[in-house]
Design a protein around this ligand. Structure first.
Ligand SMILES: [Cu+2]
Length: 490
């Protein structure tokens, strides 16, 4: 009964969308409007525009600079990025740099919204439910039409992403297209013989549902989460990429609202994973399958010299059968190309945080609000039984302290993943259900997969900035309804 949730029962139009017929789009890299000794300056505008996603149809999107994914921002470690952000939509928005080591006032607090010109009233049903709080909070902190964010980018090279984080509307805004890559580079990484330039490709994976007229069909299924029956990579349905017979680096992001993936290649050859959310791992790791919860990133190298010209290999999702079991296709072309030879045995130095350095352990339980736990699907989500209160910190951590946080998901018949995401800092996973973490998650992380029955310890150091920050579930509809928590660094 419980498994027959509406989340998986809608009729699909995926059979009507041809697979591997569209060339993989690569989001353009955004050019700064100027540079000086304080860093690079960019302009981003959230606006509606028509996108060609399905053959012969147009889809209205909400896009950064009118495109989905938004333009890629490339930052060099230690060079700050200043983004002047303008809202041309008809709904409040706020932007968060996911994985950014960012001062609190640029972190994109959910009620620090940027109001749209002439439409200061919340627009989504979820926002209407938050209306009273929202009006009070929005009055206190909203800015009109534009806001300047500063991202110091003083952090390891890594694949980050920026996306909307507006209270009660994040799910809809991201589903409509408000997400883009932000890549931090550094000298350590540049000194390594890794594929670069056009052989270094970001892949934004997500699922979407469409109406017959081509518009997005945003269905949050109560507050279970918005899914879909079409897989998009960089905004294109089941695309194909022509590849040379050499190594490529792929920066893979699961940007879905509520869908997990487990990646595999149809050839049964392994990936070589080189990075987690927070950048390079200590050494390359051969893996046949890589699980990805929402908002997690993995970087892999695939060596297509192992294939013959004319071969094709499909990037699969082993969690699903049929169309949702396939993501995109690589079509191998041309003669073997010499690249850098072997990957280095050693990629990066990773400081292992030691449990005995931790000053305390805090436990956070993820689940429905206790008084509503028998309602199915759950209406409200909670951390430690509490809904999000922007005025109340549920944890205060001292700047510089090392802490262990334990994330618990008590066994539940509702088997949705709750991926905890911590703003400001990266963590390391100490153990997963009393055992070592998965090989693919041994590195710096900011988001982790938490499935029914999971009990995971992570360790982190609260460094860099004081202020208010968020920890929340990265199922975007859970986050909107209200699986978020304020913590303060003091
Ligand atoms: Cu959740």
């Amino acid at each position: 009964m419980l498994q027959a949730c509406s989340l998986h029962s809608h009729p699909g139009n995926s059979e009507a969308v041809p697979r591997f017929a569209t060339a993989l789009p690569i989001p353009p890299v955004l050019e700064p409007t100027r540079s000086d000794e304080h860093g690079e300056y960019y302009e981003l505008e959230a606006r509606e525009s028509a996108a060609a996603i399905l053959p012969g149809k147009q889809t209205m999107i909400r896009g950064y600079n009118g495109i989905f994914p938004g333009p890629t921002i490339k930052a060099m470690r230690g060079r700050a990025t200043h983004v002047r952000f303008t809202n041309k939509l008809q709904t409040p928005v706020v932007t968060h740099l996911h994985g950014g080591h960012t001062p609190s006032d640029s972190d994109g607090w959910p009620t620090d919204v940027i109001l749209p010109p002439g439409h200061p009233v919340p627009a989504t049903p979820m926002q209407m439910d938050h209306l009273r709080d929202f009006r009070r909070m929005a009055r206190a902190s909203a800015s009109k039409y534009e806001h300047n964010y500063t991202y110091p980018s003083d952090q390891r090279a890594a694949t980050l992403w920026y996306h909307d984080h507006a209270m009660g509307a994040t799910g809809q805004n991201v589903y409509m297209g408000l997400a883009g890559f932000y890549l931090v580079e550094d000298e350590d990484e540049r000194s390594l013989p890794l594929p670069r330039g056009r052989y270094d490709i970001p892949l934004m994976l997500c699922v979407r549902q469409f109406n017959d007229d081509g518009s997005f069909q945003y269905k949050p299924h109560g507050h279970a989460g918005a899914d879909g029956d079409v897989i998009l990579v960089n905004g294109a349905p089941w695309p194909a990429l022509q590849v040379e017979r050499r190594k490529y680096r792929f920066r893979i992001l699961n940007a879905s609202n509520a869908t997990t993936f487990t990646l595999a290649l149809s050839s049964a050859l392994p990936f070589v994973q080189i990075a987690t959310d927070g950048g390079l791992m200590a050494r390359p790791l051969e893996l046949l399958r890589i699980p990805m919860a929402m908002a997690e990133r993995v970087e892999v190298v695939i060596d297509f010299s192992a294939y013959a010209a004319g071969d094709s290999v499909v990037l699969r999702n082993t969690e699903k059968q049929g169309p949702l079991g396939e993501i995109m296709r690589f079509d191998i072309t041309g003669p073997a190309v010499s690249d850098h030879g072997q990957l280095p045995d050693h990629l990066s130095m990773i400081e292992n945080l030691r449990p005995d350095a931790a000053v305390r352990t805090r436990t956070f339980t993820f689940g429905p609000r206790p008084e509503l736990k028998d309602h199915f699907p759950p209406i409200y989500w909670a951390i430690n039984g509490n809904r999000f209160d922007p005025e109340l910190a549920q944890a205060e951590s001292r700047l510089g302290d090392v802490e262990i946080w334990r994330f618990v998901y008590e066994k539940s018949p509702f088997k949705q993943t709750h991926p905890p995401h911590v703003h400001l800092v990266n963590f390391q996973i100490l153990d997963r259900n009393g055992r070592a973490p998965g090989e693919h998650e041994r590195g710096w992380k900011d988001t982790l997969r938490l499935d029914s029955g999971d009990d995971v310890h992570v360790i982190m150091r609260f460094d860099g900035y004081r202020g208010r920050y968020l920890m929340h579930c990265h199922n975007l509809e859970h986050e909107d309804y209200d699986m978020m928590m304020r913590f303060d660094v003091v």
